[in-house]
Design a protein. Structure first.
Length: 565
């Protein structure tokens, strides 16, 4: 029987028999061969039989299917021993299935279990480096505030543009402000077609940043290791023989290099900064700062790359349908931005069932929710809403999210975080734009919820049906820069349900011009409180849409719900 041997790296291979006339390969759970790997499309390709021959065909995947390293453009004949790449997952086609390999001494494994994703069987992406916060004790010396302000300046600039060249220039220009001893800086991005890192931006002291897709090549052994191992690297003076070269074709005193990761934790490339200042070589704390910046920079870079791809596709599409080009471009860009804002999955907190969901009404969503695990085991919970709708509101929320995460990494209190974020937003937002935002920290041990709310209230339903309002503690963000925010707290008990909605739920309107209102929301939650938090949120959104009937809902609906078990 013909089969595909999927390469599992150091674990050998796993054989998938081709039992039917057609095998669909992709990331969706209904695919015959499930490849849960970044870069593989939901329906990536298919292998099918015609007569006595087998063929492989790409199903319009984003990153392509390759046969013996040649891209597949139509049904292509398979021969025994041919190598197929489903983006980065490789397999060998066999006309006659070989005996399954021995996995850790277990000979009972016959064939292939379609319910087990390939990615979970392979060592790829196992070694990871946390890049979301500067670790405690990183030793930023006495200039902590100055360094923090410089980092925040870099972060704050990244949500203002979807132009890739502009984003890369902002990253390098900002890093040269953070690290004044820098001499040269480079950003490499992995090319979609070749999967090879390509130099896309470079900067030298005293000069402007150059951005292009054809700047290389440069020697880059350190960058290769950073991308392959997903680890940041600090190199000072004499280094090991395997890493003896700088990223340039001559030796420098010190360099720091960190991976760029995208919204789904995929490797996009790397940032490298070199210095020949012998008096101020880079330190571990410098590497920590670069790693922290690279996490946000990677997401901004991916937003810009998605925009770049979409613009290219839109231009091609405009040859036949010019009138639809701009609408399609705006829709696709906004969808990629809004989807990257939200957490992937719900936090696992002992004693609590916590979920969140957003239901956008336009191409771009100005609503925002987030779950941020803290180093002491507590969980930060954020719900926000930018005034206005569409792509502009979505970009402002990207910026707000960046500020929140940057300050939460400093382990400040909720009132301190909102006070500082407000000062930045007052300088950044256009006149008349504001943000309502709830920021709470949940302690799963004491069951205490501490919060600071910028015009964004919520409610608590106790186990006996009593309702308590979680009131806003201060003015909305972005209006007055001298507001000092305050905090409040509440003790949660078993059976409590905390509901944190945006006004799109409360203000959903029926055909009779009646708003949904808080009382209908509370009744819906009360009636469904035996369900999980996620199911309650879905039931609430369906109740709003049923209430609206044929009248369109014009505001985004977002809700976070906390159940105490």
């Amino acid at each position: 029987m013909p089969s595909i041997e999927i390469n599992l790296g150091v674990k050998g291979a796993r054989t998938f028999p081709l039992k039917s006339h057609e095998t669909i390969v992709g990331r969706n759970h209904y695919c015959d061969l499930l490849l849960d790997s970044h870069g593989v499309s939901r329906r990536h390709s298919r292998i099918f039989c015609r007569g006595d021959n087998y063929y492989v065909e790409d199903l319009n995947s984003i990153n392509g299917t390759f046969l013996n390293r040649e891209r597949v453009h139509g049904p292509t004949l398979l021969r025994d021993g041919d190598t197929i790449h489903f983006y980065r997952v490789s397999g060998v086609f066999r006309l006659e299935a070989m005996s399954p390999p021995n996995h850790d001494g277990d000979n009972s494994d016959e064939g292939f279990d379609q319910q087990v994703p390939i990615e979970s069987l392979t060592p790829a992406n196992v070694v990871r480096t946390s890049t979301t916060a500067v670790p405690t004790g990183s030793g930023l010396s006495g200039a902590v505030e100055q360094r923090l302000q410089a980092v925040l300046k870099v972060v704050g600039s990244l949500g203002r543009s979807l132009d890739l060249a502009g984003v890369l220039a902002n990253i390098l220009d900002g890093l040269f402000d953070v690290f004044p001893q820098s001499r040269r800086g480079n950003i490499w991005l992995i090319d979609d077609e070749t999967e090879v890192p390509v130099l896309r931006a470079t900067k030298q002291t005293g000069s402007q940043t150059l951005c292009s897709d054809s700047l290389g090549p440069l020697k880059m052994s350190i960058t290769d290791d950073v991308i392959a191992q997903r680890h940041a690297i600090l190199s000072i003076d004499e280094i090991d023989e395997g890493q003896s070269e700088s990223i340039f074709d001559f030796r420098l005193r010190s360099s720091i290099c960190a991976p760029l990761t995208g919204p789904y934790d995929e490797i996009l490339g790397a940032i490298c900064i070199d210095s020949d200042d012998g008096d101020r070589p880079f330190t571990e704390s410098d590497l920590d700062v670069l790693t922290s910046v690279s996490a946000v920079a990677g997401q901004a870079t991916e937003y810009a790359r998605q925009h770049e791809r979409l613009v290219e596709n839109a231009i091609k599409y405009a040859i036949e349908k010019e009138r639809r080009r701009r609408a399609e471009e705006k829709l696709s860009v906004a969808e990629s931005v809004q989807q990257s804002l939200y957490p992937k999955g719900h936090p696992a907190v002992a004693g609590f069932d916590i979920a969140g969901a957003a239901f956008p009404t336009e191409e771009g969503c100005g609503d925002y929710f987030d779950f941020i695990p803290l180093s002491d085991g507590r969980l930060a919970i954020v719900v926000g809403d930018v005034s206005g709708h569409g792509l502009g509101a979505a970009l402002y929320m990207v910026q707000t999210r960046s500020y929140i995460r940057a300050y939460m990494a400093q382990e400040l209190g909720v009132e301190q975080v909102l006070t500082r974020v407000n000062q930045h937003l007052c300088a950044d937002l256009k006149s008349g734009t504001f943000v309502t935002l709830f920021l709470g920290i949940l302690d799963p041990i004491s069951r205490e919820l501490i919060w600071s709310s910028a015009g964004h209230p919520g409610v608590r339903l106790s186990g006996d049906g009593r309702c308590d309002e979680i009131k806003a503690t201060n003015l909305v963000l972005g209006l007055l820069d001298n507001v000092v925010y305050e905090s409040a707290s509440i003790q949660l008990c078993e059976g409590d349900v905390v509901v944190l909605p945006t006004d799109g739920i409360i203000e959903a309107m029926s055909m009779e011009q009646t708003i949904f209102g808080q009382q209908r929301m509370l009744k819906c939650v009360q009636d469904a409180r035996q369900l999980s938090s996620e199911e309650i949120i879905v039931a609430l959104s369906e109740a709003c849409r049923e209430f609206a009937g044929e009248k369109p809902i014009h505001d985004d609906m977002t809700c976070v719900l906390i159940k105490v078990e």
